[in-house]
Ligand binder design. Structure first.
Ligand code: NAG
Ligand code: NAG
Ligand code: NAG
Ligand code: NAG
Ligand code: NAG
Length: 463
């Protein structure tokens, strides 16, 4: 009796909500079929096939562990492992941003101590992959794409120290007629954040937050992004590559901001403009486009602040259409970067506190799950027996009146083999720690990086 009364009240409440939603033309709640949240075993093609016929290079972006991936790792990372790796990435971003860049001595060529002596320049392999061609003739390689790091690299024969197992044949410089080493006395060599010399050959190193690393020769060769060919593209030819998060990827495509990143090296061709859409679930397909595209909308653009990373400024958050009482200084004191490789958005502690408490107020009809103390996410629900869940909308505001209504896949993080889903945000421990706008929240948005204008733009429902 009590239950059915509650049920009736809930129905009336929902009816009222959908009514008020229509009246305002804004979705204050999302009704989500739980089966749509979990990935299928079959790869869905891109939503907008036309985009792939563009004259500008367009790469498919897929989840490295999903059914669209070309990789077939023996063991997939569990969502728990992904979150733990995510925290090492964030810790290392925090360490790197607070540390002054240090340069030191190395104990020998191709040793991982090249990195430990000099402080790593990057921090953790993300979870989205693309395919590019390297060499002449061109060899297809699957790379993680990462806006948080700069040096592009791939494992290279003869793998003088070690190469991990990868899906495609390891790139063999001796089979490419256009491969060259980068000389040690050159500006590019100096601009690689971790570098050294071995005779006249430039060495590079990159270390990731969880201890994975790559060390090798800094080289140049032809890069093919159909239909374009980029000559003399500089990348790391990895001779010593090891670590648990590298999985079966051949390497990484660095879309960071400094001079050796892909974006800087191709500035004549693509004017430092690129855009991507991260797929909503791991069985769907997104895209990565280079160069200016006519359909880049001028709406919803927020300024990027100068610096080594893509700094943007959050100004507010809303839940179910209601702006949360968070002082703007909470966001400005911490600062924030947008990062394709961090999974869960990290907020200043006070902002996260306000968000989770408002979110929980709208979720009282569901069973909250107690999570272990050190678990990254703390607002989790058991949806066993629930077909459709109703979750409040979450809005994010950035400087310049940019207001994003997140896709429902950008609000909840689901755990594949259970009915468990958690609010996909976390709080930093320290109010002055840098905030990070992560890839779950970016899902389905076209995110355009327009460096000449100093702006990052967002448009919804792009993939
Ligand atoms: C669940 O939601 C979908 C739309 O997302 C709707 O088509 C379906 O009827 C709903 N199912 C139930 C049981 O309410
Ligand atoms: C690049 O440098 C390494 C180390 O000095 C050397 O073994 C290799 O042959 C060089 N490759 C080319 C194409 O010069
Ligand atoms: C790779 O790294 C692991 C630890 O992360 C280590 O145990 C292993 O010996 C390394 N393998 C090689 C070939 O360096
Ligand atoms: C910001 O956007 C809101 C609606 O999206 C609009 O009402 C308001 O006038 C805008 N403010 C400025 C300063 O553009
Ligand atoms: C927060 O970070 C600042 C600057 O890094 C540091 O001085 C302070 O001790 C930290 N506070 C806590 C509680 O960890």
């Amino acid at each position: 009796m009590a239950n059915s009364l509650l049920f009736n009240l809930l129905q009336i409440y929902l009816l009222f909500l959908s009514f008020s939603t229509c009246a305002l033309g804004l979705a204050k709640f999302h009704e989500v079929d739980l089966r749509d949240l979990t990935s299928k075993n079959v790869c869905s093609p891109p939503k907008d096939m036309e985009r792939f016929k563009s004259v500008k290079p367009t790469l498919k972006i897929v989840d490295r562990q999903g059914p669209c991936s070309t990789l077939h790792p023996a063991e997939k990372l569990s969502p728990e492992q992904i979150l733990s790796i995510d925290q090492s990435r964030v810790d290392s971003i925090h360490r790197q941003i607070s540390a002054l860049s240090r340069k030191g001595k190395t104990s020998g060529p191709l040793s991982s101590s090249l990195i430990t002596a000099q402080d790593g320049g990057s921090y953790g392999v993300g979870n989205y992959i693309v395919q590019v061609g390297i060499g002449t003739p061109s060899k297809t390689l699957t790379l993680v794409f990462d806006t948080g790091s700069d040096v592009t690299w791939t494992q290279c024969k003869p793998c003088q120290v070690y190469c991990h197992k990868q899906q495609e044949p390891i790139f063999d410089p001796s089979q490419s007629s256009t491969f060259m080493n980068v000389s040690c006395n050159s500006t590019p060599c100096n601009d690689v954040s971790v570098n050294s010399c071995w005779g006249s050959t430039c060495l590079y190193g990159v270390q990731y937050g969880d201890g994975s690393y790559t060390v090798g020769y800094y080289a140049e060769d032809t890069l093919t992004l159909t239909p374009d060919i980029i000559q003399k593209f500089r990348f790391g030819c990895g001779q010593n590559n090891n670590g648990s998060t590298l999985g079966e990827v051949a390497g990484l495509l660095g879309l960071g901001r400094t001079s050796e990143s892909f974006v800087s090296q191709t500035s004549n061709k693509y004017q430092r403009i690129f855009e991507y859409c991260l797929p909503p679930i791991s069985s769907s397909t997104g895209y990565l486009n280079f160069g200016s595209n006519s359909d880049i909308s001028n709406k919803n653009r927020t300024p990027i602040k100068p610096g080594s990373h893509y700094y943007i400024t959050m100004t507010g958050l809303s839940v179910a259409g209601k702006t949360l009482p968070i002082s703007p200084t909470v966001f400005s004191d911490a600062g924030m970067i947008i990062d394709s490789g961090t999974v869960i958005t990290r907020l200043p502690p006070d902002a996260y506190k306000a968000l989770k408490s408002a979110f929980r107020e709208h979720m009282t009809q569901y069973k909250m799950v107690q999570v272990p103390d050190n678990f990254l996410l703390d607002t989790c629900y058991d949806f066993t027996g629930v077909d459709n869940m109703t979750i409040p909308s979450v809005g994010v505001q950035f400087v310049n009146n940019v207001s994003l209504d997140l896709d429902h896949n950008g609000i909840m993080y689901t755990f594949s083999n259970s009915q468990l889903a958690c609010l996909a945000f976390a709080g930093n421990r320290n109010a002055t720690s840098l905030g990070i706008y992560g890839n779950v929240q970016q899902r389905t948005f076209n995110v355009v990086y327009d460096i000449p204008k100093g702006e990052i733009g967002f448009s919804p429902d792009a993939c």
